[in-house]
Design a protein around this ligand. Structure first.
Ligand SMILES: [Fe+2]
Ligand SMILES: [Fe+2]
Length: 168
C-alpha cells in the first residue's frame, strides 16, 4: 500500500493481515459448504433451500474477494494454500454428510452465527484504527446477519409446515 495510506492504520498491520487471512479461510470454507450443500440437498423445501444456498455461496465468494483485495492493499499475501484453510479458520467446516435440507440449514445457521461473532471481534479490533477495513467488515457482517435471518426464516416455514401437517 502507499506510504500515506499505511500511515492511516493505527495498529500492527501484520496482526491485521493475519486476522483478515483467517476470515478469508472462513469465507472459502463457507463458500464450499454452501456450494456443495446446494448440489446434494434433498428433502423438505428443496427448491427454496437450494436457491438460498446458491445465493449465499455467491456472497461468501464476494466476501473472499473483498478480504483478499484488502490484504493485498495492506501489503500482505492472501492465503495461497487451500490446505491452510483448516488451520486458519475461526468457524471451521461442517461436512454435510447428511444432505437433508433441515440438517444443512442447521449447519449453515451455526456457521453464520460464528461468522457474525468473528466479524464483531474484528470490528472491535479495527474501530478507530483502520476506517477502511472497518467499513468493509461492517458491510460483510451485515450480509452475515441477513444470511442467518434468511436461513432461520426457511426453518420457521418448515416448522409451520410440520404443524399444519400434524393438524390435518
Ligand atoms: Fe461471508
Ligand atoms: Fe454468510
Amino acid at each position: 500500500m502507499g506510504t500515506e495510506g499505511i500511515k492511516l492504520i493505527g495498529m500492527d498491520v501484520k496482526l491485521l493481515i493475519n486476522e483478515l487471512n483467517k476470515a478469508l479461510a472462513d469465507e472459502w470454507l463457507a463458500y464450499y459448504q454452501y456450494w456443495v450443500g446446494s448440489k446434494i440437498a434433498v428433502g423438505v423445501m428443496r427448491t427454496s433451500v437450494v436457491e438460498e444456498l446458491e445465493e449465499h455461496a455467491k456472497e461468501e465468494k464476494e466476501h473472499a474477494d473483498m478480504l483478499a483485495d484488502r490484504i493485498v492493499q495492506l501489503g500482505g499475501t492472501p492465503v495461497i494454500d487451500p490446505t491452510k484453510w483448516i488451520a486458519l479458520t475461526n468457524c471451521g467446516y461442517e461436512t454435510p454428510s447428511d444432505p437433508s435440507t433441515i440438517v444443512l440449514l442447521e449447519q449453515n445457521i451455526k456457521g453464520e452465527q460464528c461468522a457474525i461473532r468473528t466479524y464483531r471481534k474484528i470490528l472491535d479490533m479495527v474501530q478507530g484504527k483502520d476506517s477502511i477495513t472497518f467499513n468493509m467488515i461492517r458491510k460483510i457482517m451485515q450480509d452475515e446477519v441477513d444470511h442467518e435471518d434468511e436461513l432461520e426464516a426457511i426453518m420457521d416455514d418448515i416448522e409451520k409446515m410440520k404443524e399444519q401437517l400434524s393438524r390435518s
